[in-house]
Design a protein around this ligand. Sequence first.
Ligand SMILES: [Zn+2]
Ligand SMILES: [Zn+2]
Length: 364
Amino acid sequence: MQEFEIPKTMKAMTLAAYDHLELATVPVPEPGPGEVLCRIKSVAICGSDPKMIHGGYRFANWPPYYPFIMGHEWAGQVVAVGEGVRDFVPGDRVAGEAHVGCGKCENCKRGHYTVCLNYGKDGHDGGLDLGHRHYGFYWQGANAEYNVYKTSGLHKIPDNVSYDVASMCDCAGVAFHGVELAGVTPGGTCVVFGPGAIGLCAMMECKALGSGRVIMVGRGAKLEKARELGADVCIDFEKEDPVRKVLELTGGVGADEVMECSGAKDSPMKACQLVKKTGAVAIIATYHDSEVMIPANTVNFNEIRLVGSKANPNVSAQVLHFFSTGAIQGEKLITHRFPLEEYEKAVDIFEHKKEGSIKVVIHP
Ligand SMILES: [Zn+2]
Ligand SMILES: [Zn+2]
């Protein structure tokens, strides 16, 4: 077992108020029972991060207090273990999930821990702790040199997968949960809307599960990236109508499954219009618009299976395996890397899609 020297304080990038990031020196947290302390090696910036910085999640009470340490897509090394921890030892390379369920409610008991019924009832202040964690959203996250985690949210990283790639375990898992819920018809046709990091992962996962043809709908450099990563057909929605094109490509029948990863207001409508009768549409994206149209009659008449997909329960081992085999080409999704000190610049490049950015990784 390796021994690690652990300092008393650490660097952390904190959100001090909306739109106000501050590099701070804070105490290194100590692992409680069932928890481990991790040295954070890589944190991937997620689409939700700039939104939280700008105050876009006030309705969800994220962050719940200031100053708050964000960051939820991460990988690192276990450096100390708390009481009763037997499944991890110092030195283990691990990737983390943002959600850990309370383990006691009906949903958690059935494995649906990202929709825990005790979500958000407890707080960081120790007043009430029902056991649920949502690291980086309402519990201290990974934008720091260290953080403590419950071991139930951790997964060992295969030797041939780097920390940078493993930090996308959460992101690739969000895609894979939706892909699993929709199901993939071997030899069939899948359509993916939105070639961002989640959509690109979904595309590679559909192929890994045996889809015969994956059609990506998007535009610009990201659509080109989809082509490079193996999309069989790319539809530029600025140049042609995806509904007409997909129906044309499938002899008027429609796609077997659609993975909606774009978050564009009109994509769920189009997804229902181009999926075949009895096909499945997974809503993996989230939307800035509070009201998004779903064609209820089409869903009804065509018996479309429309599934919501929240986060990434029970899929981390699979996606780490896909990174390891190359089924998900993780390295090709990472376009930028920055030290923690340059977090603000990194977020700007990521948020405003500068320099062809797809996934931006921070090294605390
Ligand atoms: Zn995320
Ligand atoms: Zn629960």
